[in-house]
Structures are given as structure tokens and as C-alpha cells.
Write a protein that binds this ligand. Structure first.
Ligand code: NAG
Ligand code: NAG
Length: 489
């Protein structure tokens, strides 16, 4: 009786302990963002970091190791993924000294007291992309080997993990359960996931239902979203209601075939653009991103990983980058949940305490003036100016499906002139265009076609504190004094 009583109590205590540790282990997915900087109108990095903070965004992914961005992130506590760009893979894979230097300059120097909280290094960006024709493929594992040794030498191997963000084109299948990595990648993927597994690193993948829809006129529109579909996909006992889950489980199957079906997955990029294509608009982007966030934070997981959502997802992207290559399409410059100047494009709840996105504060703009085509000039002969302006500045909203498509010939020219003028920071000569241009103080925006005013933000350089190294130094000094004193006794 008594024993039983004790037993019951023990069981009860155990159950409470288990329940407690269980709830501790059940970590909610985190919503992070990609912070790309290919822009002609860059906000100062400190304004961007304030934007992250006010929106309670605690994870950020960079595409490089931009010193200005990293300095601004120092002391913020925000977790950072820095990136080794693909063009550095050859040198880092062939030289341990180059790997050591990269880690020293772009990681170690920020990992000081009050420094940047770097958690991941992305080794290359989509290095296995089919359209690269394998040019980076052979460098990835040797670069990882070298960087891992550099991290170990710098005593950072525990704190910083190496990952490789892969495009979803690394695997393929007609049905999720048949997922497999592309045949030519099978050896390298085996090596990669073996390394990731041994190191406790996640598999990072970029998934873009928008691109499936954009690239395939047969793709069912509603399958790209999370609102239910008339085109569900049946795969044996499983039914898929959205492209994201189907794609995710294709990866799970591919990992499973290599014997790593339980490997944690991080979504390195996912999002929806707001301009530059018919299906790219503010409503679609809001519905997709909110649906995605709710889906992931709802902890439902997928048919192959029920109750197990991705570890983290990084939205693409934080801000518009209107100097990106438009090779993929006009939409490429319009992926931000915020416009270039940190203003929310639509209402979005990131699930982190704020009801909706909050705008960047204290943004400094250039004066409220615009450059347009002189209304009293005949515009024949202006084509060359239009072309030049649109080569330097962004005119992608004028194209088919864009927010400024259909504003007429004169509207087109004014839009191009203004884009150029703002990129040139409103220098007065930049509105001349051989007399065709004219500065105006009346906002020429028409409906949803916005004529922008640039930002005039300055980068304030913060110095890296040597707090920790001083601290470490003094600890070592005290230890020396102490042991000397003890030995002397
Ligand atoms: C690495 O750090 C150096 C020195 O700060 C910097 O010049 C370089 O741009 C960084 N590399 C990358 C890839 O960001
Ligand atoms: C305006 O520019 C766009 C993009 O170059 C073009 O497709 C459209 O036909 C132009 N409209 C007129 C009226 O010239």
C-alpha cells in the first residue's frame, strides 16, 4: 500500500518532469527573414536592425558577411546566418589559409562580448542549382571541410554551424513519396547530409510555390496557397492540399532514401513577390505569407512529418531589392514584405506578438520632389533617354503585370526619368535628359503606380568592442598571478 503510494508519487513526479521537459523540447518554428542588400536605395543598416527589433524578428539571414550589416547587428541578440558567396567557394575549398581568413574576418571578429550572434554560415547559395551546370558542385564539400577546421581552430565549432542552402531543384519526383535527389547529386548529397547529421546541422532548402505557378501555366493557382484547393494531390494514403507541403515531403523522401529521414529542415527562403508579374501582387503575397506563417506556427507539420513543422523559416525577403538581376523575371525586385524604405506593403502577422507589421521609424528621405517628362515637349527622340534611365534605375513595374503597366507613353517616360533621378540622389543634372525632363513638387503617382522618393540614409560605422578579448585577457592574467602566488607558497 505504502509502496504503491510512493510508486504513484514517483510516477506522478516523473510524469510532471517528462511533461515539463516535453514542453521545453517542443520548440515552435521561428519566423526569420532574408536581408538582401542589392538596392540603389539602401536604408542604413541601423534603421534595418531597428525594423527587425520593432517587429520582434529574432533571426536574419544574410547573403554575405557585409561588415556594415554585421556591425549594426552587434548587441541586438538577433541570430544571424552569414553567407559565403558561390564565387568564393573555389578559393576556400583549395586553401585552408583562405578559409581561416574568411572565418577570422567575417565571423570571429564579431563573436565578442556585445557582438553579433552568428549561428550559421551558409556555404554557397544554391550551389547545386541546375542552371549553374555543376560549376560550383565539386567545391562545396572541400569548402565545408576547410571552414569546419577554421571554426574549430577559432574555438567556434560548437557555436557556429555550417549549412548549404539548396534550391528545391536539387530533388525531383511526380509524387512526394517518390522524392529523390537529382542522380548527378547523389554522391555529394550523401556526403553533405552525412556531414550535417554528424554536426547537428539542419538541411536548408528554398521553396517557391510562386515560381511553380509563374513557370507553368497548368499549375493550379489555388494549390500554391494554403486556403484549400480543388486540385489536391493524392499520394498513397496521403493527401496534399498545398504545394509547400508537397515540396517539403518530396525533400523528406529524398533524405529518407539516404538514410536521414529525421534530419531537421530549415526553409532558407520562401515568399511571394508583389509586383512585376500577373500573379505577383500585394493581395496574393499577403494571402500566401499569412497562410504559410499560420500553417507553420500551427505545428501541423506535413503528412510525412505530422506535428513537426520546419525548424525555422526565413521569409524572402525583408526589403525590396530594386538593383537585382531581372533574369528570373520583373518580379525579382519586389519580394519584400517591406518596400525599399522599410514601409509595410500589406498587413501581416508574423506570429511574434505584434498584431501586424510595423514600419521603419525615422527614415530620412530625400526632399519631396520628382522628375517627370516636360508636358510641353514633343517626346519623339526621347527613347534613348528612356532606355538609359531604365538600365540604371528600376522600371520593372512598367512591364506587363506590373503596378505601373498601362500609364501611357508619357507616364512611362516620366516614371523612368523619376526612377533615375532618385537613384542619382536628385542631383539636378540627372533630371535634364536634353531638356525633356522637369522637376515637380506635385506627386505624380497614379493609382497604384507609385513614383518613389529616395532615401538619404547614412551608414554610421560602429566600432567593434574588444570587450571579450580584454575580459579573457584579464582572466588569464589573474589565473597566472594566482597560480604564481600558489606555486610560490
Ligand atoms: C569578409 O570580411 C572582409 C573584411 O571585413 C570584408 O571586406 C569582406 O567583404 C567580407 N566578406 C564577405 C564575403 O562578405
Ligand atoms: C510603357 O512601357 C512598357 C515597358 O517598357 C511597355 O510594355 C508599354 O508598351 C509602354 N507603353 C506605351 C504606351 O508606350
Amino acid at each position: 500500500m505504502l509502496r504503491a503510494g510512493i510508486m504513484t508519487k514517483t510516477v506522478l513526479v516523473l510524469a510532471v518532469v517528462l511533461a515539463f521537459s516535453g514542453s521545453v523540447e517542443l520548440v515552435r518554428s521561428a519566423i526569420g527573414v532574408n536581408w538582401g542588400t542589392v538596392s540603389n536605395h539602401r536604408l542604413s543598416p541601423s534603421t534595418v536592425v531597428e525594423l527587425l527589433k520593432v517587429n520582434k524578428i529574432k533571426k536574419v539571414k544574410l547573403f554575405d558577411a557585409d561588415p556594415d550589416c554585421l556591425r549594426a547587428l552587434m548587441g541586438s541578440g538577433i541570430e544571424v546566418m552569414v553567407g559565403v558567396s558561390n564565387d568564393l567557394l573555389p578559393i576556400i575549398s583549395s586553401s585552408t589559409a583562405a578559409a581561416d581568413l574568411w572565418v577570422a574576418q567575417n565571423v570571429s571578429r564579431y563573436m565578442v562580448k556585445g557582438g553579433a550572434n552568428i549561428k550559421f554560415i551558409a556555404v554557397g547559395n544554391e550551389p547545386f542549382l541546375a542552371s549553374y551546370g555543376g560549376q560550383f558542385q565539386s567545391y562545396v564539400m572541400p569548402a565545408i571541410t576547410n571552414l569546419q577546421q577554421s571554426l574549430a581552430k577559432a574555438n567556434l565549432a560548437g557555436a557556429v554551424k555550417l549549412v548549404v542552402p539548396c534550391n528545391a531543384d536539387a530533388y525531383e519526383a511526380n509524387l512526394p513519396s517518390q522524392g529523390a535527389f537529382r542522380p548527378e547529386l547523389s554522391q555529394i548529397m550523401t556526403d553533405l547530409v552525412t556531414f550535417l547529421n554528424a554536426n547537428g546541422s539542419p538541411f536548408v532548402v528554398n521553396i517557391y510555390p510562386f515560381l511553380s505557378l509563374y513557370g507553368n501555366s497548368d499549375f493550379p493557382q489555388d494549390y500554391a496557397f494554403f486556403e484549400g484547393t480543388t486540385h489536391s494531390v493524392t499520394d498513397g494514403p496521403n493527401v496534399y492540399y498545398n504545394a509547400f507541403d508537397g515540396n517539403y515531403d518530396t525533400l523528406v523522401s529524398a533524405l529518407n532514401k539516404l538514410g536521414f529521414g529525421q534530419m531537421p529542415i530549415v526553409i532558407g527562403e520562401v515568399g511571394w513577390p508583389t509586383d512585376g508579374a500577373v500573379s505577383a501582387n500585394v493581395d496574393a503575397a499577403r494571402i500566401f505569407n499569412q497562410g504559410l506563417i499560420n500553417h507553420v506556427l500551427g505545428n501541423k507539420g506535413t503528412p510525412l512529418r505530422p506535428g513537426q513543422p520546419p525548424m525555422d523559416i526565413y521569409l524572402f525577403g525583408l526589403l525590396d531589392e530594386e538593383a537585382k538581376s531581372v533574369l528570373p523575371g520583373s518580379f525579382e525586385r519586389h519580394w519584400g514584405i517591406f518596400s525599399f524604405d522599410g514601409q509595410a506593403k500589406y498587413a501581416l502577422n508574423l506570429g511574434m506578438g505584434n498584431r501586424l507589421l510595423r514600419n521603419a521609424e525615422d527614415v530620412s528621405y530625400l526632399p519631396a520632389r520628382w522628375c517627370v517628362a516636360d508636358p510641353f515637349k514633343d517626346l519623339s527622340g526621347v527613347a534613348e533617354h528612356f532606355k538609359l534611365a531604365c538600365t540604371v534605375a528600376d522600371c520593372t513595374t512598367l512591364n506587363y503585370g506590373g503596378s505601373c503597366n498601362g500609364i501611357g507613353e508619357r507616364g512611362n517616360i516620366s516614371y523612368a526619368f523619376n526612377s533615375y533621378y532618385q537613384v542619382q540622389k536628385q542631383k539636378s543634372q540627372s533630371c535634364e535628359f536634353d531638356g525633356f525632363g522637369m522637376i515637380t513638387f506635385v506627386n505624380p503617382s497614379m493609382g497604384r503606380c507609385k513614383f518613389l522618393v529616395g532615401v538619404s540614409e547614412k551608414v554610421v560605422t560602429k566600432h567593434i568592442s574588444n570587450g571579450l578579448s580584454l575580459h579573457r585577457g584579464s582572466v588569464i592574467l589573474w589565473l597566472l598571478v594566482f597560480s604564481w602566488a600558489v606555486l610560490d607558497l
